[in-house]
Design a binder for this molecule. Structure first.
Ligand SMILES: NC(=O)c1ccc[n+]([C@@H]2O[C@H](COP(=O)([O-])OP(=O)(O)OC[C@H]3O[C@@H](n4cnc5c(N)ncnc54)[C@H](OP(=O)(O)O)[C@@H]3O)[C@@H](O)[C@H]2O)c1
Length: 266
């Protein structure tokens, strides 16, 4: 029995080492908003598969440095770049800094995002502009700048939201609008980039336990009530899908929106 268990453990360990460690060797990735939450998990995962990783942050310098330190301690290569996704020159600078310091760019993960809640009837115009700047315009700017460097086989991966498809609670119209834009942008982008052999995909997470959407908030039980799997996702689960889409295994996948949501609002 013990031998069987040891044997099984060995197989699992070998398989995970083989599958996880080398898929992205030699690649360079830029993950926007990589200091916390989903972006931090994606950065860690891409690095664990061999990619050199740049992350951006707006204000969480210590958390960003912690992500970088953890990657370096495991033998990886990572840098953190302060870049506000609401600022066009910051975004462009994050791309050029990544290329200059890490030697190129193969994978862009547009993850940085913000949330805002409120009825359309009295939603402030300034808040509308802030959400659209960070969730939508930044994706266009980063993608356009990155495409000056990304070559055949490159990857654009956008982090949208299941709220592009399903809006089961009031007050989410503007956030949903911003993530719906990402879904349609991704489809058009895939068309534009197909001839260059670059894929574009949109990941649509459901509730994921982060600072943006904590699993222990007052709101969380009503969220779990409408899910097939009544739990919040882990950031690492979004990173799993991101790593697949970034890899050569996903070379024939483009223009798609990938729901990863525990069966949210089915
Ligand atoms: N959590 C969910 O349930 C969920 C569900 C669907 C989709 N999403 C999407 O997933 C993405 C990540 O969400 P999350 O839950 O991980 O959020 P989070 O925990 O709030 O983390 C957001 C990350 O983005 C960065 N960021 C925020 N505003 C920025 C700006 N203006 N410029 C640069 N970086 C900025 C933050 O860095 P700083 O701390 O330095 O600002 C942080 O690293 C977002 O696009 C979000 O819309 C999340």
């Amino acid at each position: 029995m013990t031998t069987q268990n040891q044997s099984a453990n060995t197989i699992v360990s070998t398989a995970s080492t083989t599958n996880v460690s080398t898929r992205l060797n030699g690649k360079v990735a830029l993950v926007t908003g990589g200091s916390r939450g989903i972006g931090a998990a994606i950065a860690q995962r891409l690095a664990s598969e061999g990619a050199a990783v740049a992350i951006t942050y707006a204000s969480s310098a210590d958390a960003a440095q912690q992500v970088v330190n953890e990657i370096r301690q495991r033998g990886g290569n990572a840098i953190a770049i302060k870049a506000d996704s609401a600022n066009v020159s910051d975004i462009k600078n994050s791309v050029t800094t990544t290329v200059a310091e890490l030697g190129g760019l193969d994978i862009l993960v547009n993850n940085a995002g913000t949330f805002g809640i409120g009825s359309v009837e009295d939603f402030a115009e300034e808040e509308f502009d802030r959400i659209l700047a960070i969730n939508v315009k930044s994706v266009f700017i980063a993608t356009q700048e990155a495409l000056k460097h990304i070559k055949n086989g490159g990857r654009i991966i956008n982090i949208g939201s299941i709220n592009a498809d399903i809006v089961p609670f009031p007050g989410m119209a503007i956030y949903a609008l911003s993530k719906g834009a990402i879904a349609t942008f991704t489809r058009g982008l895939a068309r534009d980039l197909g001839p260059r052999g670059i894929t574009a995909n949109n990941i649509q997470p459901g509730p994921v336990d982060t600072d943006m959407n904590p699993a222990n908030s007052d709101f969380a039980d009503s969220v779990r009530d409408i899910m097939a799997l009544p739990r919040y996702g882990k950031a690492e689960e979004i990173a799993n899908l991101t790593a697949f889409l970034a890899s050569d295994e996903a070379a024939y996948v483009t223009g798609a929106s990938w729901n990863i949501d525990g069966g949210f609002g089915l």
